[in-house]
Write a protein that binds this ligand. Structure first.
Ligand code: ADP
Ligand code: MG
Length: 341
């Protein structure tokens, strides 16, 4: 066969395979965009497990009329301009791929208004040639993205979807992770027309405690030890379950610069610290927020950005180990260390 350049549509669909695995991955990408746009309020409206419709409204800065087609183009982003920018990235996105990928496997409507514009505009695109049509619309400052009929043109992908209920649970979990990392953002989450989760902005200690209670349950809250350590440019805060507590919900959330990650170095440090105190074989439950110089951690390891590489692995490992052993040794079940704002 001769060598040929892939059509734009096919290239996007192939790329979509990496970031858009199921409805919850769409939700993850869209809420991250809303965060990057500075939103303090999000309304997430899911229909039939997100397979039929995902709609997210945010009150962020919006996208101007001229930039609507660009937002949907591949490798188009307003978050980095150079490799140096990438090395010190603090925004959630930077690859400029999510919207292009999502729109290549769905029917997508993007409605937005910026502060400078008197009126809102809506872009509509659907699979095939990815032609973008733009028309006037009505919308407050901010953005609403509507993703309809996910995978309608990629039947092989569609087949891998589970039941509506399972897909909904994945979405619920993605939103829970978000709610745990951003106490400063109000989030409403509905499924099939019912408002099922409502996380208000949590400013006071009491409000934060309430949100944590809702997200992690009373047993975790009761038995969680507060943790807080800062040194050598690293800061970690959060909660870890008292090893002497009865069995509580399995909760493992680790954030680096507000991004949820899964990392072997971190897991190892947590487990090792826990084992110095605990005799049982329970996996520790924790919610931890690590903040560090973004230049010391590479987030561009995987398209979904949930894996990282530390430049100084040992330093990070030992720091977390120390933070946890200190907290466990001073097990004053005192509350409440808010996450870094
Ligand atoms: P990335 O997030 O990596 O930049 P995306 O494909 O997710 O790439 O988004 C492309 C661009 O569209 C973003 O860089 C941003 O400029 C714009 N955009 C997407 N969603 C929103 C939103 N909710 N509010 C404002 N701008 C947005
Ligand atoms: Mg993005």
């Amino acid at each position: 066969m001769p060598i040929k350049i892939l059509s734009r549509e096919l290239a996007n669909q192939i790329a979509a395979g990496e970031v858009v695995e199921r409805p919850s991955s769409v939700v993850k990408e869209l809420v991250e965009n809303s965060l990057d746009a500075g939103a303090t309020k999000m309304e997430i409206d899911i229909h039939r497990g997100g397979i039929e419709r995902i709609r997210i409204y945010d009150n962020g800065v919006g996208i101007s009329k001229d930039e609507l087609p660009l937002a949907l183009a591949r490798h188009a982003t307003n978050k980095i301009f150079s490799l140096e920018d990438l090395q010190s990235i603090l925004s959630m996105g930077f690859r400029g791929e999510a919207l292009a990928s999502i729109s290549s496997v769905s029917r997508l409507k993007l409605t937005s208004r910026t502060l400078e514009q008197k009126e809102a505009w809506q872009a509509y695109t659907e699979g095939r040639e990815m032609h973008v049509a733009i028309k006037p619309a009505s919308h407050p400052v901010g953005t609403t993205i509507e993703v309809l009929n996910l995978f309608y043109n990629t039947p092989a992908r569609r087949k891998f979807l589970r039941t509506e209920k399972t897909e909904w649970q994945h979405i619920d979990e993605v939103v829970r992770r978000l709610a745990l990392s951003r106490f400063d953002v109000a989030i409403d989450l509905s499924h099939n027309g019912k408002l099922l989760r409502q996380y208000g902005v949590a400013q006071s200690e009491l409000q934060k405690e309430r949100r944590l209670l809702r997200l992690c349950g009373a047993s975790f809250l009761q038995h969680a030890l507060t943790l807080s350590l800062e040194s050598t440019g690293l800061s970690v805060k959060g909660w870890i379950a008292d090893p002497h507590s009865p069995k509580i919900n399995d909760i493992q959330y680790f954030y680096i610069n507000r991004r949820i990650v899964r990392d072997r170095v971190v897991n190892h440090a947590v487990r090792q610290a826990y084992e110095t105190i605990s005799t049982g074989s329970n996996t520790p439950s924790y919610v931890l927020y690590l903040d560090m110089d973004p230049r010391q951690v590479d987030v561009n390891v995987h398209p979904a950005k949930q894996e990282v590489r530390f430049h100084q692995t040992r330093l990070v490992h030992d720091f977390i180990y120390q933070a946890i052993t200190t907290a466990l040794n001073h097990s004053t079940s005192s509350f409440f260390a808010p996450p870094a704002d």
